[in-house]
Every structure is written in C-alpha cells, then in structure tokens.
Design a protein around this ligand. Structure first.
Ligand code: ATP
Length: 271
C-alpha cells in the first residue's frame, strides 16, 4: 500500500506524548522532505528523544499521528520499521561481539538475504574505514569507531530515513569531523534522509539543510540555519539562535538531573 505523501520522509500531525502529568511532546507538527538532513534542536528535556522514539515506533504516542515516507506509525508499524534506521544516544553495539558479529546479528534481524549478507557487510565496514577491525571485539574500539560501526549497522537494511540521536556526543573533534564526512558520503551514495538531534550547533550548521528548535515539547522556530541566523543579525551564529529561542526556564530538578546523568553516561562510555 502506498502512503499519502511519499515525497515527505517525515510528517507529524499533532504528535503528543505524556508521561503522567508531564507533556513531553506537545502536538508536534513537522514536515521533513525526502533527502533532507533535518536537525531537531533543543535544551535537555525538550522532547527530542521522545519524538524520535515515537517516529521509530519504539514508543506509542498519546495523541496525534505521524507518517514515515507515507506509512503510518500507528497502523503500519512493520512497514515503518523496515523504512527507518536508528542510532540511539546510548550505545547500541554489543561490546562482547566483534564488529562483524554485530553486523551479522543485525543483518539476520532485518532479513537481509543470506547470500547478500557478507558482501553488504564488507562494503559497509569499508565505507567507514573499519575493514581491518572486522574481527576485533567492539569493547576494544574507540568511541569514534563504535559510532561509525553503529551508523553503518543502522543503514545495513538501506533505510529511507536514518534517525541519529546526538551522533557525535563525547567524541573528540577529529572523530566528530570523521563522522560528519561518513554521514555526507552515506547520504550521497544512498540518498537517505537524516533526522538528527544534537547539542552541537556547529554540527547542526555543518550538516543540516533545515533545523527546528524544540522547547517544552513544541517547535518554537524552524528554517534553514542561514535564515535563522539572518533573523538575528549579520554576525549571529547558530548558538545565538539556540539561546534566543530556547528561553531560559527552570527545569524540574528531577528531570534536569536525569537528563544530565544520561548525557554524561553516554559521553563517558564513548570517550
Ligand atoms: N520514560 C520516561 N518516563 C518519564 N519521563 C520521561 C521518560 N522519558 C523521557 N521523559 C521526560 O520527558 C521529557 C523529554 O525527554 P527527552 O528525553 O525526550 O528530551 P530530550 O530533548 O531528548 O533531552 P536530551 O537533550 O537531554 O536528550 C524530559 O522531562 C524527560 O525527563
């Protein structure tokens, strides 16, 4: 069955998620064209990861709908799962397995035909310079190598939309630039739409064709990085835009602590 707007990679209508009293995502309306690199920005706890979890069918919305390449996350979740890749904020690769074993597990999970598995895996490892590390245990990898592995793993089934939750968190500048280059190569080769979150405004400016700034579960502004910077004046950068639109507000003590702990845990494990 063909979806409604196959030219849109992501379309949300009133997408909402509550956790008890907390409105984590508040009637979100987003349109992301296919082939776009889209950045969802916002302070800790703004609702970015919750949005991604709903769009990848890992979390059910409380209200509203969303479509991925025209397929509904609520009524066509199996179709959606085949169309998306997801690199979560926390480590997803298994440290006790080699890079090759991690990719083989994933290839089986996604029903990649047995005859194609090794060819696709070898090409994937080579595309991110990990061919010589295929038989090494992932727990001995550097943070940058793990991220590269996770990115190609999440793309092994050739998803139409790749969701990346803070892809370069905890990485040094050289590794970070390496990941950007790998992502650009993958987009050029596969035409994949990227939907990423980041707290790194240089990363958003470098990679994203469009960004949206989320605050307390809702988008407060969106546009190209150039448009948003121009609104603030000739010398504004994306950090200025972020600060201007993510008004300083009190976070709940509990939420803020949890968010910081989680971010540091990820950074420590990747460092
Ligand atoms: N499973 C959960 N149960 C209860 N509250 C949750 C749960 N997951 C997220 N939250 C809360 O929902 C809000 C949005 O969280 P979310 O992780 O989506 O934010 P974020 O924008 O991704 O933050 P960060 O930049 O720190 O990753 C936060 O207040 C968070 O504490």
């Amino acid at each position: 069955m063909v979806g409604c707007h196959p030219d849109l990679a992501v379309e949300t209508r009133g997408l909402t998620r509550r956790f008890g009293e907390l409105l984590a995502v508040d009637h979100l309306d987003l349109l992301v064209p296919q082939g776009m690199v889209f950045g969802l920005l916002g302070r800790n706890g703004a609702g970015k990861t919750t949005t991604i979890k709903m769009l990848t069918t890992l979390l059910a919305p409380t209200e509203g709908t969303a479509r991925i390449a025209g397929f509904d996350i609520g009524t066509q979740p199996a179709r959606v799962r085949r169309l998306v890749g997801y690199v979560p904020q926390l480590l997803s690769a298994d440290g006790a397995l080699t890079a090759l074993e991690n990719l083989l597990v994933f290839a089986r999970l996604y029903h990649i035909p047995r005859a194609q598995r090794r060819t696709r895996i070898d090409a994937a490892l080579a595309s991110v310079g990990l061919q010589d590390a295929a038989h090494k245990l992932v727990r001995d990898f550097s943070g940058g190598m793990i991220r590269r592995l996770e990115i190609v793993q999440s793309m092994l089934h050739r998803p139409a939309v790749l969701f990346l939750d803070e892809p370069t968190i905890g990485l040094d500048p050289v590794a970070r630039h390496g990941i950007w280059e790998q992502l650009r190569n993958l987009i050029a080769q596969e035409g994949t739409t990227l939907f990423l979150t980041t707290h790194d405004m240089e990363e958003a400016d470098e990679l994203c064709g469009q960004v949206a700034i989320m605050h307390r579960g809702t988008v407060v502004v969106h546009g190209t990085p150039e448009e948003l910077k121009a609104r603030l004046g000739a010398h504004a950068n994306l950090d200025d835009v972020f600060v201007a639109y993510s008004a300083a507000t009190e976070e709940t003590e509990e939420g803020a602590l949890r968010d910081v702990q989680r971010t540091r845990r990820t950074a420590r494990r990747l460092g």
